[in-house]
Write a protein that binds this ligand. Structure first.
Ligand SMILES: [Cu+2]
Length: 357
């Protein structure tokens, strides 16, 4: 297991060299570069220090702007005392985010080359399979490379001036037919069960219907009578600017989550089988959360299904994964995995029956 990061690193290094160091370096360092004026001119102290007095985790996301009455007082008391750092970004989206501090897990990281941390049973299975395949292809590549080198050294024209003239070698032909078959059967024995697990939709504890539109997502919880749209924070507001930074901060995100964070989020409870019906309202989109190991095309006129069981509480990001028009890059996906209790509280808030307390 421990050899894989090294193998991946080697592969990524080769790729980086091929692509050119300049392009690679630029992409990897942009988020960390303190240079851009638009980041520096943002009200940095307010964004950075607001959560500090109350809790150690300065980067964890804060409760969303609309607070449930009386709820989460200990977490929000400190920020409430401070003067509002900004003209409060108009927000209150129709789907308030749960007032719970969640770690942001499923997101790209600067210089990262590995898969997102697996956060569902399907992701654990598929990522394990990915590792197995990496071992196998590495072995095959090594064997072929050794064979080629051997032929180059041993059978070049100088060392082997009179080449053999035979045309068939039955044992050899049987061998190079049978060995690949054995390898493929071996892979299939592991990959097919994973594939079936993905495609056999279990009984759902939570049902969600997601519809892709140009350029946002619509979510419905048919069992709960809940429906809301989900837009990228800062959609149609130009490049990253103070206004967008303020909206991100108000929703508990930071600048690095621009183009990933949405104004509303899919909220699901940890440990529940979530069954999603996926369709498209205009053109083909594709819904995915890499950390869950799920991706499904959203095709108009068809209702496809995916399922996952998230085992880690946190915030997970995905992006539309089927080129769907000019703003394809601006319809990200945010899923918040919360505790079952927080999920029930969120449902109550969404349905409008506010808790008595
Ligand atoms: Cu799309």
């Amino acid at each position: 297991m421990s050899a894989f990061p090294a193998l991946r690193s080697a592969a990524a290094l080769g790729l980086a060299l091929m692509l050119g160091a300049a392009a690679w370096g630029q992409e990897a360092t942009v988020p960390a570069d303190p240079g851009p004026a638009f980041i520096q001119t943002a009200p940095e102290p307010a964004v950075e220090t607001a959560p500090a007095p109350g809790q150690g985790d300065g980067t964890a996301n804060q409760p969303a702007a609309p607070e449930p009455p009386g709820g989460a007082g200990d977490l929000t008391g400190n920020t409430a005392d401070e003067p509002a750092p900004q003209a409060a970004p108009e927000a209150p989206p129709d789907a308030p985010l749960p007032a719970e501090v969640l770690p942001i897990i499923g997101q790209p990281v600067a210089g990262g080359i590995n898969l997102h941390p697996a956060a569902s049973s399907i992701a654990h299975d598929t990522f394990w399979l990915d590792t197995l395949l990496l071992w196998i292809i590495s072995g095959i590549t090594l064997v072929v490379m050794v064979l080629i080198l051997w032929v180059i050294v041993r059978y070049n024209a100088r060392r082997n001036p009179v080449p053999a003239r035979f045309t068939h070698n039955s044992p050899l032909e049987v061998t190079w037919t049978v060995i690949p078959i054995v390898i493929l059967v071996f892979i299939g024995a592991f990959s097919l069960p994973v594939l079936f697990t993905q495609q056999e939709i279990p009984e759902g504890d939570v049902h969600i219907t997601v519809t892709g539109y140009q350029w946002f997502w619509n979510y419905q919880y048919p069992d709960e009578g809940i429906e809301f749209d989900s837009y990228m924070i800062g959609y149609n507001m130009g490049n990253l600017n103070e206004e967008i930074s303020a909206e991100l901060a108000a929703a508990g995100y930071s600048d690095e989550h621009w183009k990933l964070a949405t104004d509303t989020a899919v909220v699901v409870p940890r440990g529940a089988n979530v069954v999603m019906a996926v369709t498209g309202g205009d053109v083909i989109h594709s819904w995915t959360i890499p950390a869950f190991g799920v991706k499904q095309d959203a095709v108009p006129g068809r209702m496809a299904h995916l399922w996952f069981n998230a085992d880690t509480e946190g915030v997970f990001f995905g992006q539309c994964s089927e080129l769907c028009g000019k703003d394809h890059a601006f319809m990200p996906i945010t899923v918040r995995v919360v505790s079952p209790e927080a999920y029930q509280a969120w449902l109550a808030e969404m349905r409008g029956d506010a808790p008595a307390a």
